[in-house]
Design a protein around this ligand. Structure first.
Ligand SMILES: [Zn+2]
Length: 414
C-alpha cells in the first residue's frame, strides 16, 4: 500500500495531468477506429498513435497483429505496454479496446462525432466514454508512476485490443488464444461498463440462449380445419408449455443478479399467413433465455426438446428446434478474488463510496478471461453514454478513475 503522503502526491500529479488527458481524448476522437464489419479501416492508425505515445514515455510496447483480409492493412492490431513493478507474479492487466461503434445518423449529433468538443467538464465525441475514457485514465496512471519515479507493487500491463465491438474474434479472443499472455494468478480489470458512482464491480454473467421453434402442420382454408392441421394453435400451446415448464424448473435465484432469476422470454414471432381465412401450416417463434451460470445450456435444450415432443404427439405436428446465439457463461470471478478486493479498496479510497459486486445479463468481454480461469472484473465510473449519439465522457470521471488505477498499483495482492 502506498504511504498516505505518497498517494496524495500521486493524486495531485494526476490532477495536473488533466489537460494532457483531455488532449489525448481529442487526438483519439480524430482517429476513429472502426471495424471493417462496420464499414471502417480497422484500428491501425489509432494503434500506431498509441504505440508511439507509450513508447515515447519509455514503456516497452508489443504489437500483436491478427490477420484480417478485410482490413486495409491486412491485420487488426492489439498492443501490450508493460510497466515493470516489484514482481511480475501477479501481473495486473488493464484491458481497454481501441475500436469504436459507428456514430449513427449525423443529424442526431450536435457536433461532428469525430471532432472532440469540450463543454461543461465533458468531452464529446464518438468513443470518448467507450472506451477512451479508461484507456486514457489507465495510461496516465502509468505515466504518473514514471513521472514520479514510483515502482508499482506488480507489473502493470495496458492491453489495448482491437475488435471488441464486433465480437472480439480478432481482438482479445485471438490474442489470448495465440499468445501466452495472462496466467490464472494475474489480476484483470476490464473497465468497459459501470455505474455513475463507480462502485459497481461486475464479476459474473448469465448464459445466453436464443432458440427458434418452427412448428409445421398443414395449411388449408379456414372453413375446413378438419382437412388441415393448425400450426399456430400447436405453436401457441408449445409456447405456453415452454413458458410454464421452464419457469417451474429454473426458478432458483442468485442475489448477485438483477433480476435474481434466470429469464426465459418468448420474443420474436414471425408472420405466418398474410390473410385471415387461411389456417397456417407453419408457426415460428423464438425464446431469449438468460440463465444463471450454474445451469447448463444442454439441460435447457433437453427440456425444450421434451416439451416439443409432447406437442408433436398431442397435435400431430413437427417441431424443429434451432439455436442462434448460445453462450455458456464462464465460472464467475469469486467475490473474494484479489482483484475484486484490491479494486474495491481503491474505489472506496478514491470515490469515497462502498463498492458492491454484481452479475449481469450476459455477453461481457471479461468472459474471455474467466473462461481461462483468470479472474476478471468489469468496472468503471460511467454515465452510460456508450453507443449513444452525443456520446461524452465526464472529465472528472476520467481523472478519478486514473487515481483508482494508481491506488491499485500500490496494493499488495496477497
Ligand atoms: Zn466498450
Amino acid at each position: 500500500m502506498w504511504k498516505k503522503s505518497t498517494f496524495e502526491r500521486i493524486s495531485a500529479h494526476i490532477d495536473l495531468l488533466e489537460t494532457e488527458m483531455v488532449e489525448l481524448q481529442k487526438s483519439l476522437v480524430a482517429l476513429p477506429a472502426l471495424s471493417p464489419k462496420s464499414g471502417g479501416e480497422g484500428e491501425k492508425a489509432r494503434a500506431d498513435f498509441m504505440k508511439r505515445l507509450l513508447e515515447g514515455w519509455g514503456l516497452g510496447v508489443n504489437e500483436y497483429r491478427a490477420p484480417d483480409r478485410e482490413a486495409q492493412c491486412g491485420y487488426r492490431p492489439s498492443l501490450v505496454a508493460r510497466l515493470k513493478g516489484r514482481t511480475d507474479r501477479p501481473t495486473l492487466w488493464i484491458m481497454t479496446h481501441l475500436d469504436i461503434v459507428p456514430p449513427g445518423p449525423r443529424e442526431l449529433w450536435a457536433h461532428d462525432p469525430y471532432q472532440a468538443v469540450v463543454l461543461d467538464g465533458k468531452v464529446y465525441g464518438r468513443g470518448t466514454e467507450d472506451n477512451q475514457q479508461e484507456m486514457v485514465a489507465s495510461a496516465f496512471a502509468v505515466k504518473t508512476m514514471l513521472d514520479l519515479d514510483l515502482v508499482p507493487n506488480m507489473d502493470v500491463c495496458l492491453m489495448l485490443v482491437a475488435d471488441e465491438e464486433t465480437g472480439s474474434e480478432l481482438g482479445v479472443d485471438w490474442l489470448l488464444k495465440s499468445h501466452e499472455l495472462c496466467r490464472p494468478e494475474d489480476l484483470v480489470i476490464v473497465p468497459d461498463a459501470g455505474n455513475k458512482t463507480g462502485t459497481m464491480l461486475e464479476i459474473a454473467e448469465k448464459s445466453i440462449a436464443w432458440v427458434k421453434f418452427t412448428t409445421t402442420g398443414r395449411q388449408v382454408h379456414a372453413s375446413v380445419p378438419q382437412d388441415g392441421n393448425n400450426a399456430l394453435r400447436a405453436g401457441a400451446r408449445l409456447l405456453v408449455r415452454l413458458d410454464e415448464l421452464l419457469h417451474e424448473k429454473y426458478a432458483d435465484e442468485d442475489p448477485l443478479f438483477s433480476p435474481p432469476k434466470s429469464t426465459m422470454e418468448p420474443t420474436r414471432k414471425t408472420e405466418n399467413v398474410p390473410n385471415v381465412n387461411t389456417i397456417p401450416g407453419e408457426d415460428v417463434f423464438w425464446f431469449d433465455c438468460r440463465m444463471l451460470p450454474k445451469h447448463s445450456l444442454d439441460d435447457l435444450l433437453h427440456d425444450m426438446n421434451v416439451a416439443a415432443a409432447e406437442i408433436e404427439f398431442d397435435y400431430r405436428v413437427q417441431v424443429e428446434i434451432e439455436t442462434g446465439q448460445m453462450v455458456q457463461a464462464p465460472e464467475p470471478t469469486p467475490k473474494n478474488a484479489p482483484v475484486v478486493r484490491m479494486l474495491g479498496k481503491a474505489v472506496k479510497a478514491v470515490h469515497g463510496a462502498e463498492p458492491f459486486t454484481k452479475g449481469i445479463g450476459g455477453g461481457t468481454v471479461a468472459a474471455f478471461f474467466r473462461r481461462r480461469g483468470i479472474p476478471a472484473v468489469v468496472w468503471n465510473r460511467s454515465e452510460g453514454k456508450a453507443h449513444n449519439p452525443n456520446e461524452f465522457s465526464v472529465i472528472a470521471n476520467m481523472v478519478a478513475d486514473s487515481k483508482v488505477y494508481a491506488h491499485v498499483f500500490g496494493q499488495d495482492s496477497g
